[in-house]
Design a protein around this ligand. Structure first.
Ligand SMILES: Nc1ncnc2c1ncn2[C@@H]1O[C@H](COP(=O)(O)OP(=O)(O)OP(=O)(O)O)[C@@H](O)[C@H]1O
Ligand SMILES: [Mg+2]
Length: 271
């Protein structure tokens, strides 16, 4: 494939939240820094909202990687399309809970909450903090789920939170939380990610190429400007355009990718 042609050690623009590729624009750096503060200071909850494809999941994954395994027990919930019981069960399971009830009964929630309480206390006894990240949290529309998540935050000991909850999601998550005053008050830090500026988009592209072992130019200046224009500075779109452009440039055997190729592939993507 185009990897050899462009002298790359790996494909630079894959749409996966691979933490090795993270580019710290000022907003990504600040969000990570502030969420790490929430976790390290043992605050109750933090929120990261942002438009689609701008790096929320990547920030969540990077944050978990930053945390010392000896100090933290973590759960990353990537698919909260669940009922309250299921979500709770999934959280407990991810935190290493065993022998969980199999059948739905009237006391199911109480049993799982009890198990969660035990896990949190055990973690604390072992000197470990517990961190739960719920990604795509904007899909949780059921107010009861938010109410119950708020109650989970009540597991406290000696004025310290036994657990930090980070919620990540699209911009409507912030609105959703703002309508729930009690939950909103528990959130120590709210961060928001927007699209990248033109300067950051260019640096982002060059950074990802560099992680893939390519420091020589691949795109002309005009091409880089066109990448920004056609992607609107949204990283996932930048990735789609750049990946196809590398493929197209390889097919045409060009030495450098110009703006024509960018415009062509952007047109193909838009359909
Ligand atoms: N700062 C960044 N540095 C490197 N890659 C990034 C950055 N921000 C986003 N990306 C890349 O862009 C793509 C989309 O990012 P991610 O999946 O984290 O976005 P998201 O905000 O979670 O999107 P969605 O709203 O669809 O869940 C991924 O390939 C990710 O690696
Ligand atoms: Mg995501």
């Amino acid at each position: 494939m185009y990897k050899n042609y462009w002298k790359l050690t790996e494909k630079p623009f894959e749409n996966t939240p691979d933490t090795r590729f993270i580019y710290y624009s000022s907003q990504h750096e600040e969000s990570l820094y502030r969420l790490l503060y929430v976790v390290r200071e043992g605050k109750g909850a933090g929120l990261l909202s942002g438009i689609f494809g701008c790096g929320k999941t990547l920030i969540g994954r990077t944050l978990l990687k930053e945390l010392d395994k000896d100090e933290y027990r973590t759960a990353f919930i990537s698919n909260p399309y669940l009922s309250y019981e299921e979500l709770l069960m999934y959280i407990v399971y991810n935190l290493g809970g065993k022998d969980l009830p199999q059948k739905k009964t009237d006391v199911l929630v109480n049993v799982i909450l009890e198990r969660l309480g035990e896990i949190l206390e055990n973690n604390m006894r072992d000197g470990k903090k517990t961190v739960i990240i719920i990604d795509e949290a904007h899909v949780i529309k059921d107010r009861q789920v938010w109410e119950e998540l708020r109650l989970i935050l009540n597991f406290q000991a000696e004025n310290k939170f036994l657990l930090t909850l980070l919620i990540l999601g699209q911009p409507e998550l912030k609105e959703l939380i703002d309508t729930n005053k009690q939950f909103s008050q528990r959130i120590a830090v709210k961060c928001h990610l927007e699209n990248l500026s033109e300067e950051d988009t260019t640096k982002y592209v060059l950074h990802r190429l560099s992680v893939s072992g390519r420091n020589e130019p691949v795109f002309t200046g005009e091409a880089l400007r066109a990448i920004y224009e056609k992607s609107g500075g949204i990283p996932r779109r930048v990735n789609n355009i750049c990946d196809l452009a590398l493929f197209s440039g390889f097919g045409k055997e060009v030495a450098l990718i110009g703006e024509e190729i960018i415009k062509d592939v952007a047109r193909d993507i838009e359909g």
